[in-house]
Design a binder for this molecule. Structure first.
Ligand code: SF4
Ligand code: SF4
Length: 471
């Protein structure tokens, strides 16, 4: 039956049986060019994921997202909650980038970069193949009663899964609490930080549950990105696609028969071997067209190319292609929608880069003490302020001083430190005393300089109040 007439596949999903129970997928072990490329890339990405929290730049963790303490490092540069606007802008850039990327390349991210797919297909699934064998053996093992062989294999597999889940939880924890603290916890007494240990075990169980049981359901049911495909993809998006023009004739697909000239018979190239279906980790038949469940893992491309090679046909019956490529032979073009997204993305990236360059190394906040009025003497007025100085740089600041720039006067510091270590802050109070003759009104704006080792490193401003009539 031709593709266009086959619509009944939409009535069910491969991972749920007719009586509503979970249909576990036992995909065939994939192999081929794309699987090899994805494997190499996954090694690289896994190495980055594991190593990043342990890399230090000028003593700062390369990537750190310590939400509880409000400390963030990106590429070794410390960011503070005060830089939240940069985070929001970065997220906007990320969203537009993902939209643009998806419009052009479909779900290529899911198959090649997504941590869920990488852990599932490149770590846990490979261990499963290693212990339980390929698809046929796994199906038989699951059907057989619980004998010694089954118990041994399952216990070994789940133990290894649990250990890897625990390691993943530790790596993620290093991103949140910092690798130094994590190493301290690991080498210290677990009872001293029992709440962290409990959280770690909870995350371990979550990872174990996801990779041992829930698996492709994350992509199909939970992941919001997968749900967006319907609105983002169009006929020009490049996705993993079956070339039904090439694969079928009017009567649909025809099985392979030895010594038959398929060209003469007018048959398409799909020999209906079903290998692209059994290799699919989400249990779909890509020949039905682009579907929400397809994570673009390329396993069906490799499998079909292998079949094509065996029967002597050209590879690429399943390949990266757009609908327009398949139906009209049209190659990728920059259409108006892509141009619009690109323009928005360019503007957002420009704004983000500008703000990053303008971002000051020192954040200085000097605010009048709430509810505190000024005090006066015969000749001068004094106001009391709270101050907070944040060192956002990767080097310590020594001999830090606060001085008036706009007015002559005296600054007396109470509390705080004259040394601010990199990525830390100091706070305290200051009295600012100014001669009445130097004040212009009852509410002057002061310009204040922050100096380190005698060098001006930041300026800030605050209000200075005084009596209505200044003599
Ligand atoms: S693997 Fe290729 S030839 Fe076999 S059923 Fe799938 S599309 Fe057809
Ligand atoms: S249809 Fe092909 S690319 Fe999509 S998930 Fe299945 S095997 Fe992977």
């Amino acid at each position: 039956m031709a593709l266009q007439e086959q619509e009944n596949f939409r009535d069910s999903i491969g991972t749920i049986s007719e009586d509503g129970k979970r249909n576990h997928i036992f995909p065939k072990k994939p192999s081929g060019k794309f699987t090899n490329y994805r494997t190499y890339l996954s090694w690289f990405l896994l190495a980055i994921l594991v190593i990043s929290p342990f890399i230090k730049i000028s003593g700062n963790q390369f990537l750190l997202f310590n939400i509880l303490e409000g400390k963030y490092n990106i590429f070794g540069q410390p960011f503070w909650p005060q830089d939240f606007y940069l985070l929001v802008l970065s997220m906007l850039v990320g969203i537009v980038f993902i939209i643009l990327f998806t419009v052009i390349f479909g779900r290529i991210f899911c198959g090649w970069v997504c941590p869920q797919t990488i852990f599932m297909e490149m770590v846990f699934r490979k261990i499963e193949f290693w212990i339980e064998g390929d698809r046929g053996k796994q199906i038989r093992l699951n059907k057989q009663p619980w004998n010694a062989d089954k118990i041994r294999k399952k216990v070994i597999k789940w133990t290894i899964f649990f250990i890897i889940s625990f390691l993943i939880a530790n790596v993620f924890l290093a991103y949140f609490i910092g690798s130094d603290v994590l190493l301290q916890y690991i080498t210290g007494n677990p009872l001293d930080h029992i709440s962290t240990l409990i959280k770690l075990l909870v995350f371990t169980l979550v990872f174990f549950f996801v990779f041992a049981w829930f698996r492709e359901q994350v992509c199909i049911i939970v992941c919001p990105y997968g749900r967006l495909q319907g609105v983002l993809l169009d006929r020009k998006s490049i996705v993993v696609a079956y070339d039904y023009k090439r694969g079928e004739d009017e009567q649909g697909r025809k099985k392979f028969r030895k010594n038959e000239d398929r060209n003469e018979m007018g048959h398409g190239d799909c020999i209906d071997c079903n290998q692209c279906v059994v290799v699919c980790p989400t249990g779909i038949d890509i020949r039905n067209g682009t579907q929400l469940e397809c994570v673009n893992c390329t396993a069906c491309i490799d499998e079909c190319d292998d079949i094509m090679d065996k029967v002597g046909f050209e590879p690429g019956l399943i390949r990266y292609a757009s609908e327009d490529d398949i139906t009209k032979g049209e190659k990728f073009k920059f259409n108006a929608r892509i141009k619009a997204y690109t323009a928005v993305l360019t503007i957002l990236v420009g704004v983000l880069v500008t703000l990053l360059f303008l971002r000051s190394d020192i954040e200085a906040t000097i605010l009048r003490l709430p509810g505190q009025n000024f005090t006066t003497t015969e000749t001068s007025v004094t106001n009391l302020y709270n101050f907070k100085l944040i060192n956002k740089t990767v080097k310590d600041l020594n001999n830090v001083e606060i001085k008036l720039i706009s007015h002559a006067g005296e600054v007396r510091i109470v509390g705080g430190n004259s040394k601010i270590a990199k990525g830390s802050l100091t706070d305290g109070m200051i009295f600012i005393e100014i001669d009445k003759k130097d004040l212009e009104s009852s509410k002057d704006k002061l310009k204040i300089g922050i100096y380190s080792d005698g060098k001006l490193i930041e300026t800030t401003s605050t209000n200075f109040t005084g009596p209505m009539k200044i003599k």
